[in-house]
Design a protein around this ligand. Structure first.
Ligand code: PMP
Length: 444
């Protein structure tokens, strides 16, 4: 297996030679919040799959729903003229779930990148229907991550995800993220930094001319960029600027929806109602590929009230509204609400965050600890706290390996360690994650 993996398989976000030099771990089984590799090594999955397995790997009602649906109707398209019972039931449930966020219509996709693409396209179309055809540009945050399709890549804040594919979509502009540890303003106070970042957004809006901007897309808590929670004034401030200048606010909640931040959605965490919300990942907890774009009433009415044909939606995927995915999503949503997983995410997130702060006091290599909003945390590693020089790949790789040997899977992204365990972790699981990390750092 290991040899064929290296010879035959190109992995996402990796150099093809990487598998030869450093073969990936082959995961063959999972149970509860644990994963088991091909050599029988069992670990707590502190990554939660890829920020998505909120309910853990043994959620029987989800497995049963998938099996039953496979036997009843494994697939049928929901393109013009046909639909299925599951997608209707799910849309009704999602409208209820996202009602406090002001969102009531569901457009299905097969994942997060598709959802971002659809949301950006809908934003342009919304303005076109309203006769504002010049509103085509997109603003987003540096450090933001919005998937790998062309529009999503164009709004990605990390240049590493853009440069090899340029020229990408013109008209996409990126403003500073509220990242206290490193920012162009040298400002470490979160409230003051939020104000500076908001001022930079307003400057960019004026510079570009608001009549040319379709939407601002942002993650309520930046995830893949290294878990960057903003000050509480930031997202409401972005909402206010979008409303002031007639720009749609797209919340990319591929990671944050369904409880990860300790609230049911990331937008609700900050008391904001977006115009469009993209979700995927935990909507099916990893049990089936699926995604959704939720649409606010006021936006939906523009499409639905259009009599000229401009409101016809030109996006759609063979697997939009897949009946098995929808069955999985219905079961996941029921379990998510029944278990009130957001409450555990909040409590265990606090335990994890304070434990990580204690690790920082013991290990010089930890330059910054971020978290405090549910089960999304990151450690930023530096070779020297004063200069904040990022730690080298080999050293962080050593921490990764030693933590693995100590029984916990973590995610390394650049010089960050990212932690996003299932939302059903226990106090003992979080203690295991912390002690394995302690062993990982002690190995240096
Ligand atoms: N947006 C965000 C915020 C994400 O974190 C991700 C995936 N990590 C995506 C979009 C893309 O989702 P997918 O991988 O399902 O295409």
């Amino acid at each position: 297996l290991k040899e064929n993996n290296a010879r035959r398989l190109w992995h996402p976000m990796s150099h093809p030679a990487e598998s030869l030099a450093n073969p990936p771990d082959i995961i063959v089984e999972a149970e509860g919040v644990e994963i088991i590799d091909v050599d029988g090594h069992r670990m707590v999955d502190a990554v939660g799959g890829l920020w998505n397995v909120n309910l853990g790997y043994s959620c029987q009602p989800v497995k049963d729903a998938i099996a039953a649906q496979l036997n009843r109707l494994p697939y049928y398209s929901i393109f013009r003229g046909t639909t299925n019972d599951n997608v209707i039931e799910l849309a009704e449930m999602l409208a209820g779930f996202f009602a406090p966020d002001g969102l009531s219509r569901a457009f299905y996709t097969s994942g997060g990148s598709d959802g971002v693409e659809v949301a950006l396209r809908l934003a342009r179309q919304y303005h076109k229907i309203r006769g504002e055809a010049g509103k085509v540009k997109f603003l987003s945050l540096k450090k933001g991550y919005h998937g790998t399709h062309t529009l999503g890549a164009s709004v990605n804040g990390n240049a590493n995800f853009r440069t090899q594919y340029e020229p990408l979509m013109p008209g996409c502009f990126h403003t500073p993220a509220p990242y206290t540890y490193r920012n162009p303003f040298n400002e470490s106070d979160p409230a003051r930094l939020a104000q500076l970042c908001l001022a930079a957004i307003e400057d960019e809006i004026r510079f570009q001319d608001p009549s040319t901007i379709a939407a601002f897309i942002m993650e309520p808590v930046l995830g893949a960029g290294g878990v960057i929670p903003p000050h509480e004034s930031f997202m409401p401030g972005v909402r206010a600027l979008c409303s002031k200048y007639g720009i749609l606010l797209i919340a990319d909640e591929v990671i944050t929806a369904f409880g990860r931040t300790g609230s049911w959605s990331g937008s609700r965490h900050w008391g904001v109602q977006p115009d469009l919300l993209v979700s995927a990942k935990a909507i099916t907890n990893g049990y089936f590929p699926f995604g959704v774009v939720m649409v606010a009433d006021a936006v939906a009415e523009v499409f639905e009230g259009d009599a000229t044909g401009k409101g016809a939606i030109g996006s759609g995927y063979t697997y939009s509204g897949h009946p098995v995915g929808a069955a999985a999503a219905i079961a996941c949503l029921k379990e998510t609400e029944r278990q009130q997983v957001h409450l555990n995410a909040g409590a265990r997130g606090d335990q994890l965050f304070s434990g990580l702060q204690a690790l920082m006091a013991r290990h010089q290599v930890i330059g910054d600890v971020r978290g405090g909003h549910g089960l999304m945390c990151a450690l930023e590693l530096v070779s020297d706290r004063a200069s904040k020089a990022p730690i080298d790949k080999k050293t962080i790789g050593k921490v990764h390996r030693a933590t693995y040997e100590a029984g916990v899977m973590i995610r390394v992204s650049g010089n960050n360690i990212i932690l996003s365990p299932p939302l059903v972790v226990t106090k003992a699981d979080v203690a295991r994650i912390l002690s394995a990390l302690d062993a990982g750092f002690a190995s240096l």
